[in-house]
Ligand binder design. Structure first.
Ligand code: ASP
Ligand code: MG
Length: 398
């Protein structure tokens, strides 16, 4: 009896699909995989910067776009890519079919613009794979099974679609293909001599993404870890430089510094309240009544009648939040924004790392204003205009 054919899920980022030529080139690559006897599922992002353009368009029409309608708008980006990819495959003589998130059975909660996947029922995907087709899926989107509303998973969410599909289909491989050399020791735009990490464990990558690494969607790492889906991240057209992400990485030294990441803008918010719990309640209410998604909260304390929060998100979401805060009673910005710079380690942080990091910054005349320790990372907060210099300096630890 011959073994059952293996399923592979590949995800292509927007930069790999920027032009019609690139779409055709990716299609040729997928056709090759299928000819090797694999069942192929491909998750596509929106072409190039088209999601940014759509967001921009929305804000030109309305200063506070309704989040449901924003999701309706943004999901069209991936829909364009999936239809074009399926056409390109057909032209190569490869049977293919495209599906939106809802057609593919990606079920989410009802949180527009940052929905969580609650279940994946890929009935139609399986049927079409059984018919020998390549299945092309629009990333970044799903449907709420109760309300039937279309949702998006948050910026960069196509990675999460790929992992969720790989888990549901019990795929043997999940590959994320981008215009970067895997996960690097720092953002190459800031540190030109940063290098790709060949192997990495989920927990370190999860912290790197939490602290600002843009290479993968944060939820995708969480999901891959909980479902134990090994991931490969590689550059389009180059198979040699890639990062393999596994549960455990053997032979790596405990406490070794792996990478430096940062958030360029961390806002500080004060919420008048009697305790932390009430502070969070008020923030939740404010977000809900202004149709805003939760930002990523990095730290919070309660002091002198106010809950003080440090938070971040992408630029548009922060702009939208801070605009509403200015007008809201009991909520106010506490101070000018800072930037965060984080060193993430394999295993636990060496006990002297905070001190060493501060010494390095001080030698570069950068003074850190706060620091936070987490299991695998040390995070320092600096002035935003010193962010790049701080990342470069701390990269010396790697
Ligand atoms: N197109 C969406 C974005 O740019 C989703 C993705 O690319 O994963 O955020
Ligand atoms: Mg995109």
């Amino acid at each position: 009896m011959s073994a059952a054919p293996l399923t592979i899920v590949q995800k292509y980022g927007g930069a790999c699909l920027e032009t019609p030529e690139r779409v055709r080139a990716v299609a040729a690559r997928l056709a090759l995989l299928r000819s090797q006897g694999l069942r192929v599922v491909v998750v596509v992002s929106a072409m190039g910067k088209s999601t940014d353009h759509l967001v921009n368009l929305a804000y030109q029409v309305s200063p506070h776009p309704n989040r449901r309608e924003l999701d309706m708008l943004l999901t069209t980006g991936e829909r364009v890519s999936m239809a074009l990819m399926s056409m390109a495959l057909s032209d190569l003589g490869v049977p293919a079919i495209s599906f939106t998130g809802s057609q593919a059975g990606v079920m989410t909660d009802d949180s527009h613009s940052s929905a969580r996947i609650v279940d994946v029922r890929p009935v139609r995907v399986r049927e079409e794979l059984d018919r020998g087709k390549i299945v092309v899926l629009a990333g970044f989107q799903g449907v709420n099974p109760t309300t039937k509303e279309i949702t998006t998973l948050g910026r960069g969410g196509s990675d999460t679609t790929a992992v969720a599909m790989a888990a549901a289909l019990k795929a043997s491989r999940c590959e994320i293909i981008k215009e970067v050399d895997g996960v690097c020791t720092a953002d190459p735009r800031i540190v030109p001599d940063s290098r790709p990490l060949a192997r990495l464990n989920f927990s370190a990558l999860g912290e790197m993404c939490f602290w600002g690494a843009k290479v993968l969607h944060f939820r995708c790492v969480e999901l891959a870890m909980s479902q134990n889906i090994p991931l490969v991240i590689r550059r389009w057209g180059r198979d040699e430089d890639c990062t393999q992400i596994l549960k455990e990485v053997s032979g790596m030294e405990e406490g070794k510094a792996l990478s430096v990441n940062s958030w360029v803008r961390v806002e500080h918010l004060a919420v008048e309240s009697t305790d932390l719990n009430q502070g969070y309640e008020k923030l939740a209410l404010h977000l809900k009544s202004n149709s805003l998604a939760w930002p990523q909260i990095l730290a919070s304390t309660y002091e002198n009648g106010s809950t003080r929060l440090m938070l971040t998100s992408d630029g548009e979401a922060l702009d939208a939040l801070m605009r509403t805060v200015d007008k809201a009673k009991g909520l106010s910005p506490l101070r000018d924004p800072l930037a965060s710079v984080t060193v993430t380690c394999y295993g636990s942080v060496a006990t002297d790392l905070p001190h060493r990091a501060l010494q390095i910054l001080s030698a570069h005349k950068i003074s850190a204003q706060k620091y936070i320790m987490s299991p695998h990372s040390v995070t320092l907060f600096v002035q935003p205009d010193q962010r790049d210099a701080a990342v470069k300096a701390l990269h010396g630890l790697i």
